[in-house]
Design a protein around this ligand. Structure first.
Ligand code: ATP
Length: 144
């Protein structure tokens, strides 16, 4: 079976460097499926749960949370430079839940209390919410 190398690097470590069958990522332009011998590509990535398939079977799928970043694809290799990346086993669920509540509260204040919201960076809050949602989804935790 054809494979493509996947390397994922975050500011503090290399999370992954191995051969895979297929990668499904969410880019700034939408969802992309990357197979071996994909055409060269550079794109931004939004916060999401990335899906890594070792083969082409339906069952063999692993997940990795990407906090955002950039991806370069060549026919032989996918390189992801992520602002943060975690495998589900490394996610601190209580921390993700706290981040989720904090971001939701900030967005709520921004919408409902304009006088208190001058210091709120709404884009930052929405990205923090998306990262927290991705971490909770990757660990099968409810959003509440
Ligand atoms: P928080 O507000 O909890 O810091 P955040 O979304 O702002 O969350 P990031 O800026 O995405 O955090 O990540 C900073 C560092 O902390 C990265 O190394 C990331 O992998 C790690 N990290 C963030 N949240 C978690 C978590 N829930 N479990 C494990 N590692 C985490």
């Amino acid at each position: 079976m054809a494979t493509i190398q996947l390397e994922v690097v975050s500011p503090d470590r290399q999370i992954c460097d191995r051969e895979i069958g297929m990668l499904i990522v969410r880019s700034t332009g939408g969802e992309l499926g990357i197979l071996p011998r994909h055409a060269p590509l550079v794109t931004g990535l939004v916060p999401h749960v990335m899906r890594i398939k070792s083969g082409l079977g339906a069952g063999d799928e692993e997940y990795m949370v990407i906090g955002g970043g950039f991806m370069e694809v060549t026919p032989e290799k996918i390189t992801i430079l992520a602002s943060a990346a975690e495998e589900p086993k490394d996610i601190d669920v209580a921390r993700a839940q706290a981040a989720y509540q904090r971001a939701k509260q900030r967005i709520e204040t921004y919408k409902t209390a304009p006088k208190d919201s001058a210091s709120i960076d709404i884009d930052r809050a929405q990205l923090a919410l998306a990262r927290a949602i991705s971490r909770l989804k990757a660990t099968n935790n409810p959003l509440n």
